[in-house]
Ligand binder design. Sequence first.
Ligand code: GRF
Length: 187
Amino acid sequence: LPVVVLISGTGSNLAALLEAARAEDCPFRVVAVIADRDAAGLEHARTAGIPAQIVRLGDHPDRAAWDQALADAVAAHGPDLVVLAGFMKLVGPPLLEAFGGRIVNTHPALLPSFPGAHGVRDALAHGVRITGCSVIEVDAGVDTGRILAQAAVEVHEDDTEAALHERIKAVEQPLLVDVVRRLTSAG
Ligand code: GRF
């Protein structure tokens, strides 16, 4: 089934999805990648020969116009599932209305703890010994949607945000691939 992936960053989760989609028995294929900025991860799409597009907030008169443009750009590819893989903006009503219940997001903390843009930093600052990642269904809130899957990661004594985030990403990628596989499998 066709999947559109939205990114803002390096796209390591996107790369994992592209790698999984190469397998013959994979139930999904990535048909387009859309970013809100000149994200480094767009390169993964270009290398794989998949349409890559930027829909910038700054190129639109206001947030509502951008929300609509983003929804239109996604809808143009007719996906069954929309995957936010390190997409650092809230999606607006047009996308939620068009793909309600068919948008998933990955977050680098064990929700409902540490939602928002700094899940790794906030968990570290709070002093938790275990954190991890969550794949959720996207709703109108900030990381408030139904939890689809989670994986735990231990915090080390002398951890840095970067080191911890790297270990989280290592479990986040296969977790996201599993969920996307499950949601695009028949039955
Ligand atoms: C992921 O950990 C995601 O959960 C968070 O930012 C990271 C994006 O990584 N929001 P990448 O762009 O997939 O490498």
